[in-house]
Design a protein around this ligand. Structure first.
Ligand SMILES: C[S@@+](CC[C@H](N)C(=O)[O-])C[C@H]1O[C@@H](n2cnc3c(N)ncnc32)[C@H](O)[C@@H]1O
Length: 373
């Protein structure tokens, strides 16, 4: 199929996800992509070069992505193998969990290439099992059904991964995302390196407990975890057991409600909420949410304590996080030092040409003074 710029109307004879060659109105080849007339993003480009064949291109890209991870990452048995546009494979996510794969196919174009993708993964990675977590809402927007099932081999109910010597149990069928928040791996290390012996830690929106468990292992005395999801809390309790976390509490509730009544003081507070702004129209509300969380956090934070604030929404920028933190600092009369800027880990590559591949940002701040100097 051929798409030309001149042809301004969406051609009705292109099937959902069909591979198309794209030309300028003067007939110059722009490249090859896939098209979906029912999606908001109707065209996703796969290449801007003349390629021998799309199948060999997809195979090669998966191979390159996997090779890159093996070079990049040490000390973990779980990592992202394919990060959608970040690996020039729009609509495809593949995560590796200690010999098993969790796959998300999010677009009609990738769905048409499903067999090729799965066969390539089996050939390249030789996994013991592959689980299909194509259960995200985006599939409905693409006109696809959702899926959550084993598609190859066998997979235990829980897989235990080892991240920097810390163990986490992962359920590929029930865990959030494809099972675990791999994108925060590097930041769990960064934040926890500031832990001092005896620190009291608050892990807000803790999910399976990643940040809090790292902090405990680095010498914290006590961790309070807060998450509203009962399945995340179940996983978190198992992870605490696995890592011999002795002194902790879990509040299975809404973090905003929790903060309304909390009075305990902390030395480290981690705020890692779900995406508050899935579209740019939701950004203002998202920033109000962040302001509330940081403000409450600063009131509970001891002098010289740390607060880490994360956003996993592309629409909330690092500047937004810094500015909203400043505003909360001014309202509470705190002086904050910027200790670290943080981003998604390296197995979630960022393309300069496609800015929405940089979605996870975080800032670690230290409270120098409770009142203005
Ligand atoms: C981005 S994830 C946190 C990831 C985690 N910090 C990690 O490193 O694995 C956000 C978490 O917030 C939880 N959540 C969503 N809304 C919440 C709310 N209103 N109150 C508390 N937890 C919430 C979700 O269940 C999810 O586990």
């Amino acid at each position: 199929m051929v798409l030309q710029e001149r042809n301004k109307k969406v051609p009705s004879d292109i099937e959902k996800g069909e591979i198309v060659q794209v030309f300028t109105s003067s007939g110059r080849l722009v490249g090859t992509g896939y098209f979906n007339p029912v999606s908001k993003i109707s065209l996703r480009m796969l290449t801007f070069k003349k390629e021998g064949g799309i199948k060999s291109l997809i195979k090669r890209r998966i191979e390159e992505a996997y090779k890159k991870r093996k070079k990049l990452l040490k000390n973990t048995t779980a990592f992202r193998v394919v990060h959608s546009e970040g690996d020039l494979l729009p609509g495809l996510i593949v995560d590796y969990y200690d010999g098993y794969l969790s796959v998300q196919i999010n677009t009609a174009g990738m769905e048409r290439l499903r067999d090729l993708i799965i066969n390539t993964l089996i050939e390249q990675i030789n996994p013991r099992g592959i689980y299909d977590r194509s259960d995200r809402k985006v599939r409905e927007i693409e006109g696809l059904e959702t899926d959550n099932r084993l598609i190859y081999g066998e997979i235990p109910d829980n897989i235990v991964i080892n991240e920097n010597g810390i163990h986490f149990t992962v359920s590929l069928s029930e865990g959030q995302k494809t099972g675990f928040y791999l994108d925060q791996r590097k930041n769990r290390q960064t934040v926890s390196q500031y832990i001092e012996k005896g620190f009291i830690v608050l892990d807000l929106f803790s999910n399976a407990g990643g940040f809090g468990i790292y902090c405990y292992k680095k010498g914290a005395d006590y961790v309070k975890f807060v998450d509203v999801s009962s399945s995340a809390v179940k996983q978190l309790r198992e992870n605490c057991k696995l890592n011999s976390i002795g002194n902790f509490d879990v509040a299975e509730e809404d973090a905003f409600d929790f903060l309304k009544k909390e009075s305990q003081r902390y030395n480290m507070i981690i705020i890692d909420p779900p995406s508050f702004a899935k579209t740019r129209h939701e950004k203002e509300g998202a920033l109000r949410g962040f302001k509330y969380l940081i403000l409450k956090g600063l009131k509970l934070l001891e002098k010289n304590g740390y607060i880490a604030v994360f956003s996993c929404s592309f629409h909330v920028t690092m500047d937004d996080l810094v500015n909203v933190s400043l505003s909360a600092a001014q309202d509470t009369g705190s002086i904050l030092e910027i200790v670290e800027f943080m981003y998604q880990d390296l197995d979630h590559p960022v393309l300069l040409n496609m800015q929405n591949t940089l979605y996870l940002k975080g800032v670690l701040l230290r409270k120098l003074s409770a009142n203005s100097v």
